[in-house]
Design a protein around this ligand. Sequence first.
Ligand code: A2P
Length: 332
Amino acid sequence: EAYNVAVVGATGAVGRTMIATLEERKFPVAELRLLASSRSAGSELPFHGKPVTVQELKNDSFQDIDIALFSAGASTSRQFGPKAVEVGCVVIDNSSAFRMEPGIPLVVPEVNPDAIGSEPGIIANPNCSTIQMVVALKPLHDRFRVRRVIVSTYQSVSGSGQKAIDELTHQSKSALNCEPLVKNVYPHQIAFNCLPHIDTFLDNGYTKEEMKMVNETRKIMGDDSIHVTPTTVRVPVMYSHSESIYVETDEEIDVAEVRRVLSAFPGVSVVDAPEKNEYPLAIDAAGRDEVMVGRIRKDLANPKALNLWVVADNLRKGAALNAVQIAEALIR
Ligand code: A2P
């Protein structure tokens, strides 16, 4: 059986990766409908070697579509997601619009596949930083019970979309040429800099991105007792997010056992041979599907705590791949 699939936000950084991922994983696509704003209607993107024309997203765009992958921002999802569901489409939404709504499944297939349910309308794809963290935490939670997590992120600019990739490129060239830098996407220069600011600040002093890591982790892991303390940072890296994660557990940590449970977990690749200078790197994770985990070590003071370095391609496992994996689980 083959399915009619729509990609909303097809021309964006995540949308293009969704198209590539559907192709690579040989998802059974009958018709691929590419949707974006009027700005890119009429342009063409390749799928399995053939050009597909991008159409303007409209109210009637979802006629005959079985599965729609949305990645065009929360307001587009709020406006068009329910319209797609009305005509019988399952929506897999990469935006933050519906993630924390009770009754909307928030799914990482390796972690909580059963959350999908039998009659889904909208299924939410979690935040990129949260996805790669919970993939690493889940096997530890099952074995040692995770109580508390302190995480600092090193997030690539592709998480802010194609405009941010262009901005880092241009600013880097300008900086090296001693020319004035142009800032559009971020409030400060991102080239040769780190910004402890992702998404907007809230009254509690944390950013929305940080609170996504707090709240989405609990919902995906199905455990409200897990405490997450995040600091999210944008760094001048094109692709892949890196995370330094300190984990406190109920049970005493045995590092050999940590390696065993992580290595056995689907979607995880343990890269941890510091004596050979081998540890997860953003440039190695880019273009790959696995969540890479390394620098595995016990805390120096607390026998029930460890540190990890976790890296994944934010456009793939953090967005497009996770969405396509949800679609695969749906049709199974
Ligand atoms: P377009 O290219 O026509 O602007 P990114 O995250 O890389 O910036 O990509 C955002 C994606 O969302 C693009 O495909 C963009 O289309 C699409 N998009 C943004 N706003 C809308 C909208 N109001 N309606 C439909 N698509 C939109």
